[in-house]
Ligand binder design. Structure first.
Ligand SMILES: Cc1cc2nc3c(=O)[nH]c(=O)nc-3n(C[C@H](O)[C@H](O)[C@H](O)COP(=O)(O)OP(=O)(O)OC[C@H]3O[C@@H](n4cnc5c(N)ncnc54)[C@H](O)[C@@H]3O)c2cc1C
Length: 455
């Protein structure tokens, strides 16, 4: 272990920490990234067995910001990324016990049968509904009901936030959980007008990407490019400060403690760990951040013989609205999303259960989760035989929930950084939970660290 003073220690080797460490290292910063697990990636985990390939964490990463391609380019992976297959544009929701196609555009919404005439008329009225006062913070549900009505909430927006946050729309904060939607109302006074303006302006929609060997290729590559600067199987247990430096206490793989001196440190770890590690430094942020709620999620990976599944699975997958009273939150048609996810003559599906509305479901015994999932999948997709492969993966703290009042976490993180120059708060705690958000935010944060080090 090095006795020199480092420029930066990045705590956590998920995609946020790896992004920050990679960009810092490429800019000549003397950086070490410390990760508790034996391998890099955090929530990004790919499982391969019997010629099936399943993602146990993120499956659908939207490539919609330049920072993602910037990172892929730094990793030498730009030409290895693959786009989701064209049929992934077809998305379904469960409605009245069956799969119904979600409209792909305004015309299919108006002329399709998935939404009622009442909702269609409601959409035409939307541009005339006044925006929310600037100082008010609404939940996702309150906003949607006010602008678009309850059917929209139940069958479009609630399943969407369940797909991204596994969240409860009656608790999630609109401006913090879905800032792009809040911004449309603020800027254009209406979602319909905003969406039309964006379409006219040719705003990029982004594409869903992965790698033929799974998304884990990204963290693995970043970890190996970091070389000796990536320290796996080592857990940071505390940070203290003297007048000029921070001292990072690390429990190494062999059980011994080591201390690293550094000018700066980036926290790219979940809230509870960050709270414990930062507690020796001045400021109240650690106490507050430990109350950031997380939703648990069970990921159910399933492989079937193709002949046992009546549904042709020509699409992205389906979401199950809460009002439909299903066990699963939704299910991805994994082998239709990307090629080579299942051996010949087979299909791969990935279902999700639990989330903020039914956390207890994610924490049930695995056999019960599997049974309940198979009951839903069998009726909705016409599955007849037993799966040839199955696995339940439980993430007890899968996704942080940006609920009403989330801004107080952002403000206290900012104050904490001001009180502790050289400490930076990263990860998915504050500014977006998607892999794209994490890469975008960690890229910006690497820039802030470099500015700090130049002083
Ligand atoms: C089941 C699931 C499905 C998801 N699906 C999608 C999706 O389809 N699309 C999408 O864009 N996003 C998805 N997400 C969200 C996205 O994957 C995460 O928000 C993102 O990967 C978080 O990255 P991170 O680096 O901020 O944190 P993490 O991935 O949580 O990484 C934090 C790392 O810190 C390490 N660590 C913790 N404590 C310490 C310590 N004391 N010392 C050293 N290391 C420590 C941990 O071991 C971990 O590796 C999903 C998440 C989950 C769980």
């Amino acid at each position: 272990m090095t006795a020199e003073t480092l420029d930066c220690v990045v705590v956590g080797g998920g995609i946020s920490g790896l992004t920050a460490a990679t960009l810092l290292g490429r800019n000549g910063v003397n950086v070490i990234c410390i990760e508790a697990n034996p391998s890099p990636g955090g929530s990004i985990v790919t499982w391969k067995k019997d010629n099936f390939l399943f993602e146990l964490g993120p499956n659908t990463v939207l490539d919609n910001c330049p920072e993602i391609d910037g990172l892929l380019s730094a990793a030498g992976l730009l030409d290895k990324k693959i786009n989701a297959m064209p049929c992934s544009g077809n998305r379904y929701i469960v409605k009245k016990g069956k799969l119904a196609a979600l409209p792909r555009g305004p015309l299919s919404f108006l002329f399709g049968g998935t939404f009622s005439m009442g909702s269609k008329l409601r959409l035409l009225r939307e541009p005339f509904i006044p925006p929310c006062p600037a100082e008010a913070e609404e939940t996702v549900a309150a906003f949607t009901i006010r602008r678009l009505g309850k059917e929209f909430l139940d069958y479009a927006v609630a399943p969407f936030v369940s797909g991204v946050y596994a969240g409860d729309p009656y608790k999630l904060s609109l401006p913090h959980a879905v800032p792009k939607i809040a911004a449309l109302e603020k800027r254009y006074g209406s979602l319909v007008k905003g969406a039309a303006a964006k379409r006219r302006g040719g705003a990029p929609q982004g594409s869903i990407i992965s790698f033929s060997k799974g998304f884990e290729v990204l963290p693995e590559t970043l970890g190996s490019l970091l070389g000796d600067s990536f320290l796996p199987s080592s857990r940071v247990t505390g940070i203290s400060a003297d007048a000029e430096h921070y001292s990072i206490r690390v429990r190494l793989r062999d059980g011994c403690d080591a201390f690293l001196r550094t000018r700066s440190a980036v926290m790219a770890i979940p809230a509870e760990e960050a709270s414990a590690i930062l507690s020796e430094l001045p400021g109240n942020f650690p106490d507050g951040i430990s109350s950031l709620p997380y939703a648990p999620v069970a990921v159910i990976s399933l492989g079937f013989r193709k002949q046992d599944v009546r549904n042709p699975l020509k699409g992205f997958g389906f979401l199950a609205p809460e009002v439909e009273n299903r066990f699963v939150l939704g299910c991805l048609f994994s082998s239709s999303l990307f090629p080579s996810r299942a051996p010949a003559g087979h299909v791969a599906l990935t279902a999700f259960a639990g989330g903020a509305v039914h956390p207890e479901r994610a924490l049930m015994p695995e056999e019960k989760i599997l049974d309940e999932t198979l009951t839903d999948i069998s009726t909705l997709l016409g599955v007849e035989g037993a799966p040839v492969i199955s696995r339940v993966t439980t993430w007890e703290k899968a996704i942080p929930q940006y609920m009403l009042g989330h801004n107080s976490y952002k403000l206290s993180a900012k104050r904490f950084e001001e009180e502790n120059h050289g400490i930076f708060i990263s990860g998915n705690l504050l500014y977006g939970v998607s892999v794209g958000n994490c890469i975008q935010n960690a890229t910006a944060l690497a820039g802030r660290v470099m500015n700090f080090l130049k002083r």
